[in-house]
Structures are given as C-alpha cells and as structure tokens.
Design a protein around this ligand. Structure first.
Ligand code: HEC
Length: 316
C-alpha cells in the first residue's frame, strides 16, 4: 500500500480538506457552547423544579376558631321526617367537614380517605355499616367517631347541623322494595337519644380551635421557644373564648392570619415593646410574612391600645 504523504501546503489549497480536519474541533466547541448556555439558563429550562404532587395526607379541612355557645333546642321530628331545607344546609356542612374523606357525593372516595383502611363509608351502599343507618345511629357515630379506624368524632357540630348532614347522607341511601328503606327510627330510638344528649332542651356546644393550631400545639411542644409561643397562643385563645371583656384577645385573632407566625414575629424582637408606634412599625415591616393581616391598620386608636397592652403583658 502506497504511503500517503501528508503535505500542509496541499491542505491549505483544498478547502474541503480543511473542513474535514477542522470539523471535529468545531463540533467540540459547539457542544461546549451548548453546555455553557444550558448551565446559565436557569432552573425553569433545566426542568429542575420538582413536579407538585398533592399529598393526600396533607388535605386538612380546618375548623374556624369559634366561641362556645348554647345550641338551639332540636325539633325531634327532624329525626324521622325529611326536611329539604335541612338537606340543603347539610350539603354545605358536608363539603367542609366530611367530603375530604367521604368524597363530594358521599361515595367514600375523598382524597384524604384514600389511604385509610377500611375506606370511609360509601353512603350509597347498604353493606358495611358498623353502627347502623338510622338517624339516631348516625348521630351517635358523628358524636363519637370510630376512632380506631380514622372516622373522627365531630362533637363540636351543633345538633341541628349534625342532623342536616345526616338528612343529606340518608337522601343518598338506596330506597328498596319491601322493608322501610332507609331504616326509620322508632319513637323509642329518638326518645333514648334525646335523653342521652338532651336535644330538645338545647345543648352547650364547646368552642373550637383549628385542627392545624391544635396539631402544632401538640407536636411542637418539645422545644422551649416553640413551647412558649404555643403556650402564649393557648392563653390568648382561652382569653378570647372565655373572657368576653378581653377585647385585646378578640382583636388579636381578628388581625392575624397565622397566630403562631405573629407571635414568632413579636418574640423575635423587643423593639415593638417601646410603644404603639414602634409596635405598628414592626408589623408593617413584611406584613405578608409575619402572620398579621392588613386589618390591623384599620383598627381605632383605642383598639390598638387594647391589643398592644395585651400582647405586652403576654410576651414576657
Ligand atoms: C378523616 C377522614 C374522615 C372524615 C373527615 C369523616 N369520616 Fe366518616 N368515616 C371515615 C372512615 C375511615 C369510616 C369507616 C370506619 C370504619 O369502617 O370503621 C367512616 C365511616 C363513617 C360512617 C359509617 C359508620 C358506620 O355505622 O359504619 C358515617 C355515618 C360517617 N363516617 C359519617 C361522617 C360524617 C357525617 C362526617 C363529617 C361530619 C365524616 N364521616 C367525616 C373517615 C372519615
């Protein structure tokens, strides 16, 4: 085989050959530029942002913080007679309190119930009920829950609200031929329940604290600092619920969007304690992050004073 002699001057005279020799270098440079470009392009182009997947265990239907009250006496007829107004009211209540587990239409397919075993009851089915499908039986279930299996008790729901939800649930039950279906309460069933819960006399409904706050109170009591914040929060809540004269406590819950954050803000600095002006200045700084809401700026001077005095007294 004849030896091919490489001649640089030949190469310079032939543009195609120049291309052939230079091509790999061009390629490497282009790829290099590409890497630099992508490296500088930011996380959006590089798809570095993790996809957002809803975690069903994080679906929390939260309770508003509410004062204790005396519930209106219940008309016992609502245990046995269908009342369309109550069914309508029940729909709203069901959406907030029950649908996260039992599903919007009561078929047991809510996101928060997906991981539970047994599954939340499908109210359209006749099978599988543990406590029974009569109004009085469901009433007791809602009161006590079935705690071992994840059905919470809802003793804070006013009796009439509970009956409204139960009327809705029973409107989903299949009507069968032959036996009365869904099963109807006897006068005796209703009388027994009335005796247990003093329904026709009017009942005291306890105040509620939001589930999230309650969970945080429970979980984070380890650390001293957080313990102190939660202790203060519990004190403020207790004042609000039990002492109607404590205007400052009422105002605190009105002007905060996240009470724990608000207290963290205050515990983090002491300059606000100098006076009301300084207090407002600390809050105005980063309002969206510090747990307070803009409502604080529509308070009257005397309301600000009430709030300031109260917070100063608890933040020691
Ligand atoms: C955190 C999830 C969850 C929420 C919220 C929830 N439930 Fe349940 N519920 C369950 C589970 C789970 C069961 C099945 C329990 C079992 O079979 O032991 C159940 C069962 C029931 C039953 C059937 C009881 C029986 O006799 O078998 C009724 C009635 C019921 N729930 C009513 C309600 C009502 C009314 C609400 C709202 C006020 C509600 N549930 C909110 C999880 C939930």
């Amino acid at each position: 085989m004849a030896k091919i002699k490489f001649s640089f001057s030949d190469l310079l005279n032939d543009p195609i050959k120049i291309m052939a020799v230079m091509y790999p270098y061009f390629l490497v440079i282009l790829i290099g530029i590409g890497f630099v470009y992508i490296g500088n392009s930011g996380s959006l182009v590089q798809n570095k942002i993790a996809p957002k997947i809803d975690d069903s265990t994080n679906v929390v239907t939260d309770l508003p913080i509410e004062d204790a009250k005396i519930a209106a006496a219940v008309d016992l007829k609502s245990f046995t007679e269908i009342n369309p107004t109550l069914v309508e009211k029940g729909k709203q209540l069901f959406q907030t309190a029950c649908s996260s587990c039992h599903g919007a239409d009561g078929k047991g397919d809510g996101t928060a119930g997906a991981a539970l075993n047994p599954k939340p009851r499908n109210f359209h089915l006749v099978e599988g009920w543990k406590n029974g499908r009569k109004t009085t039986e469901i009433y007791a279930t809602v009161q006590k829950g079935i705690l071992a299996t994840g059905m919470p008790g809802f003793d804070y729901l006013a009796p009439l609200d509970r009956i409204a939800i139960i009327q809705l649930i029973r409107s989903w039950m299949p009507a069968s031929l032959g036996e009365p279906e869904p099963p109807i309460d006897t006068a005796e069933d209703v009388a027994t329940l009335d005796k247990t819960y003093a329904l026709s006399a009017g009942t005291k409904v306890p105040g509620t604290i939001s589930v999230v706050s309650a969970e945080k109170l429970y979980q984070t009591n380890y650390s001293d600092r957080i313990g102190k914040i939660n202790f203060t929060l519990a004190k403020l809540l207790n004042e609000k619920l039990t002492n109607p004269d404590n205007i400052g406590a009422k105002i605190f819950f009105k002007v905060t969007t996240n009470q724990q954050k608000a207290l963290v803000t205050l515990f983090n600095s002491s300059s606000w304690q100098i006076g009301e002006k300084e207090f407002l200045a600390v809050i105005a700084d980063n309002l969206s992050e510090n747990g307070f809401s803009g409502k604080i700026f529509s308070l009257s001077n005397s309301e600000i004073s009430n709030l300031f005095t109260l917070l100063k007294s608890v933040a020691v």
